[in-house]
Structures are given as C-alpha cells and as structure tokens.
Design a protein around this ligand. Structure first.
Ligand SMILES: [Zn+2]
Length: 176
C-alpha cells in the first residue's frame, strides 16, 4: 500500500527519514525553500537544517531547482540529500517529485514539493520564527499576503499588526 499525505488534515506535516529519530518539515521563507526541524530541539541552535533550492535558479510556487550542494550530514554515503528525501520508505508519503534533471549528479534537478501549501511549515515575516509541531493547531500562523508568494504572521505578530492598523484608523477618525 502506498502511503498518502492527507490533504484534509490541517496540521503541519512532518516526517522522519529512515534511522533518524528527529521530526523534519519543509517550509518556505519568502521565496526560498527549507528543510527544517519540525520543532525546537535542545541540541539544535537553529530550526533550519538546509536550504533546498539552488540560489541562482528560479522558483515557481512549489516547483524549484534542488540545490545539489544541499546537505544535512545524515544522508548515507551512497545518497545525496534529494535521494535521501525521496526515499522515506513505504510507510511515509512522497514529499518531493523529480520533474526533470540535467542528467548529471553535479547539476540541480527540478523538483515539485508534494506537501500542500496548508501543511507546510510557516515562517513569520515579522519575528522570523518557524511554526512547530508542538504548537496547538489553533495557533497556526495566519496568512498575511498571497502574492507573489504566500506570507504568514504568527498569532502574536498578527494581533499586534492588527492593533497597529486599528490605532491608525482611530487616529485618522479623531483627526476628521
Ligand atoms: Zn511572529
């Protein structure tokens, strides 16, 4: 049986490559794609594990050129990171699909992220924090902009932004 990623679920999707006892997630920071820890680990000083898209090549939504130099240090010696993330085992759904490859091991491959937008890890545009699987579902980050790529705010930043707009509006009304 092929594992299917549930598109109906509203939680942040996370996964664990074989033999790795850590939860990982994929998310977008502005127009850059990242492999991140799905939650804060005391031994990791940063949530970001690796940037996945090749910096010099274009990103179109969920489709981008995978940086062949991206690495985590967890890949077995016979696999690069793309192969590692493409072989999570039968029990976990595929998270990436290779669309085209330039044909050599040293060139980027074009990939599509199969995780739907609402199940990706969200990054707060304002305080630069990442969502965590430890956060309650109702604390998921809130979309603040759809174009040119989706942008999000964590609930406290969203709240303060909203209060900022309200203050401005009240000031404006007071002047009139
Ligand atoms: Zn925030």
């Amino acid at each position: 049986m092929v594992a299917i990623l549930d598109p109906e679920a509203s939680s942040l999707y996370h996964f664990s490559p074989p033999k790795l006892r850590l939860s990982l997630a994929i998310g977008r920071k502005r127009n850059k794609w990242y492999l991140i820890f799905a939650k804060s680990y005391p031994t990791a000083d940063c949530r970001e594990v690796a940037r996945l898209n090749a910096a010099e090549l274009p990103v179109h939504g969920h489709r981008f050129w995978f940086d062949h130099k991206a690495t985590t240090g967890w890949e077995p010696s016979d696999k690069n990171l793309l192969e590692y993330l493409s072989s999570l085992g039968a029990k976990q759904p595929d998270i990436l699909s290779i669309v085209s490859s330039k044909g050599t091991k040293s060139e980027p491959s074009e990939v599509v992220v199969l995780i739907p937008e609402h199940r990706l890890a969200r990054w707060c545009e304002r305080c630069h924090s990442w969502e965590s699987i430890d956060d309650p579902i109702e604390a998921r980050y809130i979309i603040s902009r759809k174009e040119p790529f989706p942008a999000y705010l964590c609930p406290p930043c969203y709240e303060s932004e909203w209060c900022g707009f309200r203050t401005l509006r009240n000031l404006f009304n007071a002047v009139l």
